[in-house]
Write a protein that binds this ligand. Sequence first.
Ligand code: NAI
Length: 273
Amino acid sequence: MPCRGGARMDVKDVRNRAGQLLSLDGKVAIVTGAASGIGHGIAARLAEMGCAVAVLDKNLEGGMETAAEIARDGGRAMAIPCDVRLRSDCREAVNRAVAAYGRIDILCNNAGIVLRKDVLALEEEEWDAVLDVTLKSAYLLSREVIPHMIRNGGGAIVNTGSGWALKGGPKAVSYCAAKGGLLNLTRAMAIDHGKDNIRVNCVCPGDIDTPMLASECRQLGENPEQFMKEAASRPLSRVGTPGDVANAVLFLVSEMSTWITGAHLVVDGGGLA
Ligand code: NAI
């Protein structure tokens, strides 16, 4: 492979270069909803790549478990209790992360909840709850984090969307509205903050084996095992893992993707193909 100077790099050089581009040494990330599922996977992967991680979740016990696991594996992490619906919690959590680690380079707006109801069944408070956790939280946290990123000369934000950011799904009106909104928020923020060297992107996972997926089965009165089998009838013949999504997030926050912003990356084993 030719390198910039025109000289050839051997395989070892290419591997070293790829490792450097994916390295997050010296960086600091905030990951929301990191007590469980995909957020847990993202926090663990970023920490493996050298990043200090603030694990934000309303479930402090679960967040502490994620942080302890990361520390056991030789990484740096701290759990911070945060209800992402609340501006005061978001502000306090960001302040604590900055006080502990000195900077913020990466924000993963990952927390989300799903209610499998159509418009007629969905109560107004339920609509608000889904929109607040899944969409408004990205606005609240970005607002707190972006000034720190500007001070550092840039940063990367990755929002966890969904396949249902791109298409509708049955009995999930508030979730589809929130995820569609999150994807377009991603694009709008990318436009506004490109000048600040802040990249804003979205991952759109398909069915991932997490407690949320099991909860959806329960809400729909379906057998989780049967649901997993049906969900696996996609081109790559399995449901996804949090690690599958974490790898895509790593790409989007790393130096591998410095010319990518306002984009979405579908991670669904080909489900939308
Ligand atoms: P999960 O239920 O395993 O984890 C969600 C985490 O968010 C939990 O730790 C929970 O405590 C936290 N959380 C919920 N409300 C919160 C609040 N108000 N403040 C702070 N934290 C809160 O779910 P999963 O599957 O890991 O989902 C993560 C993200 O991935 C969500 O945005 C979800 O919509 C999205 N997603 C998941 C898919 C799946 O099949 N599991 C597919 C597509 C997208």
